[in-house]
Design a protein around this ligand. Structure first.
Ligand code: ZN
Length: 48
């Protein structure tokens, strides 16, 4: 479901890459914002 916790996406300085951190603690890096958001919505939360 939506609306739980905080999603954070940070722009990395040197390369045009995004570092995403989900509320469940998992992180993901991509140069494509759409891919980043897809990952944030589709990965298995909390299965670390
Ligand atoms: Zn998650």
């Amino acid at each position: 479901m939506n609306g739980e916790g905080v999603l954070r996406v940070t722009f990395l300085g040197t390369v045009s890459e995004l570092a995403g951190e989900c509320w469940c603690g998992r992180t993901y890096t991509s140069a494509d914002p759409r891919e980043m958001w897809s990952w944030l919505e589709e990965h298995e939360h909390g299965r670390v």
